[in-house]
Design a protein around this ligand. Structure first.
Ligand code: PLP
Length: 387
């Protein structure tokens, strides 16, 4: 019989994914569907990174790598973390993991015992609840009100704390809302963590796509020793399929997570590690990718401007734009199905990401600008003639 822990890892979210799967199936069948439901790039990894990997494979980098990551890779990640978090980061404050998801898994395993509790700030990335279930921990979801631009609210987080709460998980820039948490709200969160001796798990995988200054809570006074930052090459460097991310945190915690790697991954592929180190050292594609998403976000928002009864919420960074369609149709799933059926645009209903995002649709920016503009035209037509 499988363990309770593993059978407890159940997919989260409402049926919203069905819209995505239907859009996908119809596209495969040849329909002219514009897929704006997923968060994976429409373009390949930058050619310099591919070249670096090919050279690394030819250079006989075929052996085991150290558990926390190749020294060159950790050094490059530490430099990236220094830029991301705004405080000087040493290589021994870094562990390389197979993607940001594994960094999140390691962080949750690192700070929560079975029976412990965490606060998860919503709307959130779909895997968050399951990552806590996998650690045998419970969690309370705290929504960020849409009318507040999806910013976290200290009073709501305080109200969710329990005697066994050990951690708060946040994500900025946010998936799905695109909200970039303000310094003021992050400071309030930091105060809660310090007052109640909590860890702050901060998912910053979209940090280069923020559109403005990125503020990491790790840089706030007294927070470096209680913050674990989740990072990734997936979004910033166009490398979703390479599976490379990292966790930044206090040395002692990173040393313990290294022990977890002993029993879980036993290190990462050597040639991928070298290619990632080279991509980080030389910023392969990073600036272009950030500019591309900023241009796409601008184009999408521009093309939707002035659309009656539709309000943009959040949508300051990351790879998504959130539209409040509640005055046209409060049932976001019905709206998303209608948009797919009548205008052949696949989006995610907001309610799949939690209560606060109900009445919204999430539009992914993972298509070229021209296609995004066409999609915006279709959304406009659909919303204007809604019945
Ligand atoms: N965190 C957030 C907020 C995400 O949106 C994603 C992927 O979409 C991840 C983490 C995981 O990314 P990866 O494991 O590819 O680094």
């Amino acid at each position: 019989k499988p363990s309770k822990r593993i059978t407890g890892i159940v997919p989260s979210g409402k049926d919203g994914w069905e819209v995505h799967f239907a859009a996908w199936t119809r596209k495969q069948a040849g329909e002219d569907i514009i897929m704006l439901s997923v968060g994976d790039h429409d373009f390949d990894t930058p050619s310099e990174t591919i070249e670096a990997c090919v050279n690394a494979v030819r250079g006989s980098n075929h052996h085991y790598t150290p558990l926390p990551g190749l020294p060159r890779l950790r050094k490059a990640m530490a430099a990236a973390s220094t830029a991301c978090t705004g405080i000087l980061t040493e290589p021994d404050e870094i562990i390389a993991t197979p993607g940001g998801q594994a960094a999140l898994y390691a962080a949750v395993q690192g700070v929560l015992d079975p029976g412990d509790h965490a606060v998860v700030v919503a709307p959130y990335y779909a895997t968050y609840p399951n990552t806590f279930s996998a650690a045998g921990a419970s969690f309370t979801v705290v929504e960020t009100p849409a009318e507040d631009g999806f910013q976290p609210r200290a009073d709501m987080i305080r109200a969710a704390l329990k005697p066994n709460t050990r951690a708060i998980l946040i994500n900025t820039p946010n998936n799905p809302t695109g909200a970039v948490y303000s310094r003021e709200r992050l400071e309030q969160l930091a105060d809660i963590c310090k007052e109640h001796d909590l860890w702050l798990l901060s998912d910053e995988v979209y940090w280069t796509l923020g559109g403005g200054e990125h503020i990491s809570p790790r840089s706030l006074p007294g927070m470096a020793e209680r913050t674990l930052v989740i990072n990734s090459m997936s979004k910033s460097h166009g490398m979703t399929g390479w599976r490379m991310g990292w966790l930044t945190g206090p040395k002692a915690m990173i040393a313990l997570v290294t022990d977890l790697n002993l029993v879980m991954t036993y290190g990462l592929p050597a040639f991928i590690s070298i290619a990632c180190a080279e991509a980080l050292e030389n910023h392969y594609g990073a600036k272009e990718i950030a500019e591309r998403y900023a241009a796409r976000r601008g184009a999408m928002l521009d093309a939707l401007r002035g659309l009656n009864d539709v309000t943009v919420r959040g949508s300051e960074g990351g790879m998504y734009v959130m539209l409040d369609i509640s005055t046209i149709e409060p049932d976001d799933e019905k709206f998303a199905w209608g948009l797919l059926d009548r205008e052949k645009v696949g989006v995610m209903p907001g309610s799949s990401f939690g209560e606060a995002a109900a009445g919204h649709i999430r539009i992914s920016l993972c298509q070229p600008e021209l296609i995004l503009r066409e999609a915006a035209l279709r959304v406009r037509r659909f919303a204007s003639n809604y019945r």
